[in-house]
Write a protein that binds this ligand. Structure first.
Ligand code: ADP
Length: 398
């Protein structure tokens, strides 16, 4: 049985899944939250539904990975008889800069390049690398593959990814649009093509990943040709706690006229803006939906959130010269019919017409457009782990 293990190692959490790649079935998965705290625990679930909560050492990531492998190989709790049943490990890496346009086998040079990209993603790449190194120490003889969140967007043409800043500054400091959530956008695009029964290359798609972080991507010829996140994941749509697009002069104004420091502005834009900033209530859309009929600021936050998405859909429909399908995914995209309806309500001019009953009927991997509508609207649960596993298998086979 060829097994691929996927690892998503962050600063405060580690998530993993084991796939049987014959069937693409998830054999076991687990996550450790609040790493390094006294309450850190491993939540482990096996395919048969058996779950365990296992205390993990409050030490470094390395000891946590040791525990993860012990459980996978455990005679009763585990799913593997020997470590060599794992064919390869696919590691999610947030930032590949301009260096990686595809997933790649990890060599010492690749590790060095990921390290060089760390200033572009200081909260992610160093922890992704720690995960890679810990797993390499435990399983040095199998291939390790890096799957980048930025790689899918490397096909965005220069006129779309270059900011209109002095060119020397852009080049010297590697400032350009990179885009993120690429693994998710690529997965749902491939799934949409399966649902259409047409090759992805023939479709023009707009994919909306709406979770705590939100981004939207224009896809043509199977490639990302524009996306809403930019140099960092702060640009673009309104998110749970992030502002998305603002006039950059606001930052200068706050520094010069109101003596705010860079750290305060960073905190404000990344953690105190977006849905929570506007509503003053919550970054969780469910909380805002629950009170929006009586609470004006909750309603305003939802209005701004949906309006920005509609603006981007209009922009990307122009970029693509028309669309075949609009795809919704991630926590909000998959679960919030009110939001999907609000986004689509004035897109009739594009050929988008929702079927209200389908939209409200808990669709999963389903179309929710009216049967006569020229543009399909699909709700597709994202599966970034499966995408990482598929890419990992593809890399080791080629
Ligand atoms: P992450 O980006 O952290 O992976 P998710 O994809 O899980 O996040 O999405 C989290 C968001 O999804 C939250 O804003 C949450 O409110 C929203 N969400 C989840 N379920 C629902 C629901 N039933 N209705 C509305 N929003 C939902």
């Amino acid at each position: 049985m060829p097994v691929i293990l996927t690892i998503n190692a962050g600063s405060s959490s580690i998530k993993y899944q084991c796939f049987d790649m014959h069937t693409e079935e998830c054999l076991a998965k687990g996550h450790v939250d609040r790493l390094l705290s006294t309450s850190a625990e491993l939540f482990y679930t096996r395919r048969d539904g058996v779950t365990h909560r296992i205390p993990v050492p409050q030490t470094a990531h390395e000891a946590v990975f040791q525990r993860i492998f012990e459980i996978l190989l455990h005679p009763e709790k585990g799913i593997l008889r020997a470590p060599d049943e794992i064919q390869a490990i696919g590691h999610r890496v947030v930032h590949g800069g301009s260096h990686f346009a595809a997933s790649t086998r990890i060599t010492p040079e690749v590790e060095k390049t990921i390290e060089q990209c760390a200033p572009l993603a200081p909260l992610h790449n160093p922890f992704n690398l720690r995960g890679i190194r810990a797993c390499q120490t435990i399983l040095p003889d199998i291939p390790h593959v890096a799957v980048f969140d930025t790689a899918f967007h490397q096909t965005i043409p220069d006129y779309a990814h270059i900011y209109a800043l002095p060119h020397t500054i852009s080049e010297q400091y590697q400032i350009r649009q990179y885009g993120f959530h690429g693994i998710s956008h690529q997965y749902v695009a491939m799934r949409a093509a399966e649902m259409f029964g047409s090759p992805l290359k023939t479709l023009k798609l707009i994919t909306c990943h709406l979770g705590n972080g939100c981004s939207i991507t224009a896809i043509a010829d199977g490639k990302s040709i524009d996306t809403s996140m930019g140099f960092t994941p702060l640009q673009g749509l309104v998110m749970g706690t992030r502002s998305g697009d603002i006039d950059p002069a606001i930052i200068l104004y706050l520094i010069r006229e109101h003596q705010m420091t860079p750290d305060q502005i960073d905190q404000m834009l990344n953690h105190q803006s977006g849905l929570i900033g506007v509503s003053g209530i919550s970054s969780d859309l469910r909380d805002l939906i629950a009170v929006h009929e009586e609470n004006r600021r909750a309603a305003l936050a939802i209005d701004i959130f949906c309006y920005r998405i509609r603006q981007y859909i209009g922009k990307y429909a122009a970029v693509l010269d028309g669309i075949d399908a609009l795809v919704f995914t991630a926590g909000i995209g998959e679960n919030a019919p009110l939001i999907r309806a609000r986004i689509c309500e004035k897109l009739g001019f594009l050929g988008v017409h929702l079927d209200q009953a389908k939209n409200e009927g808990n669709p999963m991997d389903e179309a929710i457009h009216h049967e006569t509508a020229p543009v399909s609207v699909l709700v597709i649960p994202t599966n970034e782990e499966l995408m990482i596993a598929r890419d990992t298998l593809h890399v080791i086979k080629s």
